[in-house]
Each structure stands twice: as structure tokens, then as C-alpha cells.
Design a protein around this ligand. Structure first.
Ligand code: TYM
Length: 336
């Protein structure tokens, strides 16, 4: 029996942080051998917020090295750049024409980001989830591993696929596969170091709010030293009045590989003065092998270029078939 297919991606905006790592990439690495995988760099999504053309390509390139350094295995996974496969843009247009405007207007991320952008909100920001649906549906993905914040976009993807199938499919032959989200219980929502009630995010203006995968040890130490805590001694996961405590213990748990019960027992009598250096060392050690591997990959650009070239060709061969299927169902004249 052929393996189920997994697809996921990350926007190539800014540098990847522990939320992207624990909520997405670490999960991909863990499950990849059970699936046929497509992981990509969402550089078309990256320009839905104001962007700097001077750094877009470099961000995408660095991310490719990070995926590989984190352990994405090319024997079972294909990595590619979204804008290298033009079917993503083309299917987005077709899906746009069947997606009701009010489905997009109620997306939480759109509302949050639109608030930040003020009056000049680009159409691209509203259309972001339709492009995301196209990304997923082009690969007939069975599973989409993401963090908790993407759940609503996944539901929308399912609705859009359902609508295409209902409107244009024949009863027994759906045109598009309806995917399932894969959201793991731990690491799906890593919170800001500056506020345990806010998600860790690339767009937070304060760098102290996040730890980036490539942060050197002294920066990690400084950020953890300065992170928000509370005045209570003794650390616990389960006090709703202590969101920072929950977040920092969860980070320690995930980065150390210990169980929740082990961490709860180890830290129950600790004060912050004892815990913070422990978390800093654990984070540094967890990221060290990734950072070393990243350096090696970036020193071998020919290799990285060839990985992205092969990835785009493989992705396009799958995506173009789905696009042709959708165009056929919608009644387009095939190329003559
Ligand atoms: P992006 O770049 O915002 O996030 C990439 C991945 O990281 C996860 N994530 C987090 N997980 C836990 N805690 C956090 N604080 C945190 N911040 C981010 C996100 O849930 C996501 O899994 N729109 C997608 C990119 C995308 C995509 C797709 C994903 C475009 N097309 C198709 C899957 C399938 C996004 O959230 O990017």
C-alpha cells in the first residue's frame, strides 16, 4: 500500500523561532518516515505583509538549510520553494472564484494582521488562506502538520475542497482530496517570552519575545535571563494564573526530551534563579547540533541549489497533474 501524503510549509519571513521549530519542523521530522512528504518555503505568502525585496531570497535560502539541518530526510521528503511551482498561483485563482468573501473575512489571522496594517490592507492578506488551500490541495495531501494557530485555515481548506467537489465533481470521483490537520498536543502553541498569553511570533517587534533557531548561546542566555516570570517560588505547569510558568516549563520539557511528570517533579521546588540557567543550557544544547549542521550546509551552496532544483521538479510534476484535473472539471479548453 502506498504511503499517505503529508504537506506543510513556513512563510519565508524573518528568522525561524522555537514556535516554528517545536510547532512544525520537529513534528515533521518525527513523523516523516511514515509518510511521503512535501515541505516548502511559502515565499508567496511572505509578501502578504510589507516586505523587503533585498532579503526575501536570502530568507528562503536560509530556511532551506534550516529544514535540512533540523533533520528533514530527502529519502522520504521533498523540499521546494513555493514560487518555483507556478501551479500554486494558478490554482489560487481558480479557488478564489468559488470561495465566498465572508469565509475569508472571518479568518482570525486576517483580522489580527489587518488591524496591525491599518487602512491599507492588501488583497493578498485576505487571500492568504486561499493560497494556503491551493498549496495543500495541489498535492492531494492526506495530513497537514501545523501549529494550533493554523487550525482555522485548515478548516477553510477542507470547506473549499468540499465546495469544488460538490459543484464540479461527479458523485464517486471527488476532484480534490479533503485533508486532515495534524496538530500535536505538545508544542502546538509556544508562547512569547515577554508575555505568556501571546503566541511567539516572527512579527513581534521585540526580539526578546522569541528565541530563534540560529541564536548564538550568549543571545539565548540573555533572552532567557530577561524573559517575563512571576514572583512565586516553586514551578508548576497547571496554574492558570501563571502562563509564563507553564510556557517555560513546556519549553524545558520539549527541548530536554523529558516527560511532563519528570519536569514537574524536578522543578516543583525551584525558584527562577535556578530554573532560568537550566532552561538556557538545555536550549543551547538542543539547538547546537542544528546550528552546526546549518553551517555545513550553507558552506555547500551547490548541494543546496541542487536539492531545491530537484525539489521543484518533483513538486511541479505532482502539482501540475492536480491543476490539470481541476481545470478539466471546471471546463477549460486544454492546451492545443
Ligand atoms: P508561519 O510561518 O506563520 O508558521 C509556520 C508553522 O509554525 C507554526 N507556528 C507555531 N507553532 C507553535 N507555536 C507558535 N508560537 C508558532 N508560531 C508558528 C505554525 O502553526 C505553522 O505550522 N500559513 C502557514 C504557512 C503555510 C502552510 C501552507 C502551512 C502556507 N501554506 C500549507 C501548511 C500547509 C503558516 O502559519 O506559516
Amino acid at each position: 500500500m502506498s504511503k499517505q501524503r503529508v504537506l506543510s510549509g513556513i512563510q519565508s519571513t524573518g528568522k525561524l523561532h522555537l514556535g516554528n521549530y517545536l510547532g512544525a519542523i520537529a513534528n515533521w521530522v518525527e513523523i516523516q518516515h511514515h509518510y511521503e512528504n512535501f515541505f516548502f518555503f511559502a515565499d508567496l505568502h511572505a509578501i502578504t505583509v510589507p516586505h523587503d525585496p533585498k532579503v526575501l531570497a536570502a530568507n528562503t535560502y536560509n530556511m532551506a538549510a534550516i529544514y535540512l539541518a533540523c533533520g528533514i530526510d530527502l529519502d522520504c521528503s521533498t523540499i521546494f520553494v513555493q514560487s518555483h511551482v507556478s501551479a500554486h498561483s494558478e490554482l489560487t485563482w481558480l479557488l478564489n472564484c468559488v470561495t465566498p468573501l465572508n469565509w475569508l473575512e472571518r479568518m482570525i489571522q486576517f483580522k489580527e494582521k489587518a488591524l496591525k496594517q491599518g487602512e491599507n490592507v492588501g488583497v493578498g492578506l485576505l487571500d492568504y488562506p486561499v493560497l494556503m488551500a491551493a498549496d495543500i490541495l495541489l498535492y492531494d495531501a492526506d495530513k497537514v502538520p501545523v501549529g494550533e494557530d493554523q487550525k482555522q485555515h485548515l478548516e477553510l481548506t477542507r470547506d473549499i475542497a468540499g465546495r469544488i467537489n460538490d459543484k464540479f465533481g461527479k458523485k464517486k470521483e471527488p476532484i480534490l482530496k479533503v485533508p486532515d490537520p495534524l496538530i500535536r498536543s505538545e508544542g502546538a502553541r509556544v508562547m512569547s517570552l515577554a508575555d505568556g498569553t501571546k503566541k511567539m511570533s516572527k512579527s513581534d517587534p521585540s526580539e526578546l519575545s522569541r528565541i530563534e533557531i540560529l541564536d548564538p548561546p550568549d543571545v539565548i542566555k540573555r533572552k532567557i535571563k530577561k524573559c517575563k516570570t512571576d514572583p512565586i517560588k516553586g514551578l508548576t505547569f497547571d496554574d492558570p494564573e501563571r502562563p509564563e510558568c507553564h510556557n517555560l516549563l513546556s519549553l524545558y520539557q520539549l527541548l530536554s526530551g523529558k516527560t511532563k511528570a519528570e519536569v514537574a517533579a524536578e522543578c516543583q521546588d525551584m525558584g527562577w534563579g535556578q530554573f532560568k540557567p537550566l532552561l538556557a543550557e538545555t536550549t543551547i544544547e538542543a539547538l547546537r547540533p542544528i546550528q552546526e549542521k546549518y553551517g555545513e550546509i550553507m558552506d555547500n551552496k551547490d548541494y543546496l541549489d541542487s536539492v531545491l532544483r530537484d525539489g521543484a521538479a518533483k513538486a511541479a510534476s505532482v502539482a501540475n497533474q492536480t491543476l490539470a484535473r481541476v481545470k478539466d472539471a471546471l471546463g477549460y479548453l486544454p492546451p492545443l
